[in-house]
Structure formats: C-alpha cells, structure tokens
Design a protein around this ligand. Structure first.
Ligand code: GRF
Length: 195
C-alpha cells in the first residue's frame, strides 16, 4: 500500500480591496486535498473581499497598522496557522518580522511586467494608466516572492498581453485581470507543491 506522506499546506490571502483574485484562488483550491485557504486578512473594513470571504465560508480578520507591524499575537497566528501568504491586491509593505518568518513563502501578484511600473504608488489604475501614457505595446502580470521593498522580490512567473491603440486603462485592467485569474492559482499551486 502506498501511503502519501504530505502535510496539508495552509494559505492566508491578504487583500485590501475587491478581492476578485482572492475569490478565484479560494474557489480553485476548494476541492484540493493538498492546499487549503484558511483565512482572508485585510487592513480595510470596507473591502469587498470581506463579503466574498463570508459568502465562501472562509474566516477573515481585519487588522490595523499596529497589529500588522507590532502585535505578537498577529505574528503568532500566522506562524501557527499558515504555511504560505498570498498577496492579492494588498497595499501595505510587509514588515521584516513577517518576511523573516516566511522566507520564500510570501507571493505577490503585480499587474504589469516588472521591473517596469512597480514600486510605491504603482497599484490599480495608476499602473494601467502609466502603461497607456507611455504607449507600451504590451503589459502583463508578474508573480514574485516578496521582500522588504515594493515589487522587488525574485520573479517566479510573467505573462504578457498586447496593448492595442484603442485600449484604455479600463480595458487594459480587464485584460490583466483575465491573465491573473488564469495563471495565479496555478502558479501558487506549482510553487507550493514544487511541481
Ligand atoms: C490585481 O490587479 C493585482 O494584480 C493587484 O491588485 C489587483 C487586485 O484586484 N495587486 P482584485 O482585488 O483581486 O480584484
């Protein structure tokens, strides 16, 4: 008899806004026996991701800046309950104390082809508008490990999409979201299962 020797890997998703990626990831892993989304964590009590978590029966936590940066309880929760942290539209810089406890275990998605259009302030429409303003012929997604600087950790995966002359920041955002939905869960899975 073959006995599978693996431990269920637990994910927490951090999100500050809508959370459509968070929902997509939760749905993707809902039947998995190897990976489980255990919680959604947000800094924003108005974030739509909270409604999504409730509807999907995933527990959620809302935290403030001092809990995030200083609370021992918050850090201990992560250490005890979580193997991987996924950032899906999360806007705060991750503090060193969390990064140190999760080496190569925090993964972010950025809605452009890093190193272009990354760094502080480069989120949401700002990114897509900059792509349009600079008349880029392509944009895309970057999935990367997280370090102490915005959008600078080692790149795991990139996928590009064409920007057409009639594209606007809204249509570019839509194209990029489609790529995110298609690839982010799979990339998370292959990193965690080391496929
Ligand atoms: C995504 O475009 C992601 O790349 C970026 O923030 C956006 C979040 O969108 N980091 P949503 O909240 O998942 O809809």
């Amino acid at each position: 008899m073959i006995v599978k020797n693996y431990k269920l890997k637990k994910i927490a998703i951090f999100a500050s806004g809508s959370g459509s990626n968070a929902e997509n990831i939760i749905r993707y892993f809902s039947d998995s026996t190897e990976i489980k989304v255990v919680s959604v964590l947000t800094n924003n009590h108005n974030a739509k991701v909270i409604e999504r978590a409730k509807n999907l029966n995933i527990s959620y936590k809302i935290f403030n800046k001092s809990e995030f940066n200083e609370s021992v309880e918050f850090l201990n929760y992560l250490i005890k309950e979580v193997d991987y942290i996924i950032l899906a539209g999360f806007l705060w810089l991750i503090p060193t104390r969390i990064i140190e406890k999760f080496p190569q275990k925090i993964i972010n998605i950025h809605p452009a082809l890093l190193p272009k259009y990354g760094g502080k302030g480069m989120f949401g429409t700002n990114v897509h508008q900059a792509v349009i303003d600079n008349k880029e012929k392509e944009t895309g997604i970057t999935i990367h490990y997280v370090n102490e600087h915005y959008d600078e950790g080692t790149i795991i995966f990139q996928k590009s999409v064409k920007v057409e002359l009639n594209d606007t920041s809204e249509t570019v955002a839509e194209k990029v979201h489609q790529l995110e939905y298609e690839y982010f869960p799979e990339v998370i899975e292959s990193v965690i299962l080391k496929k």
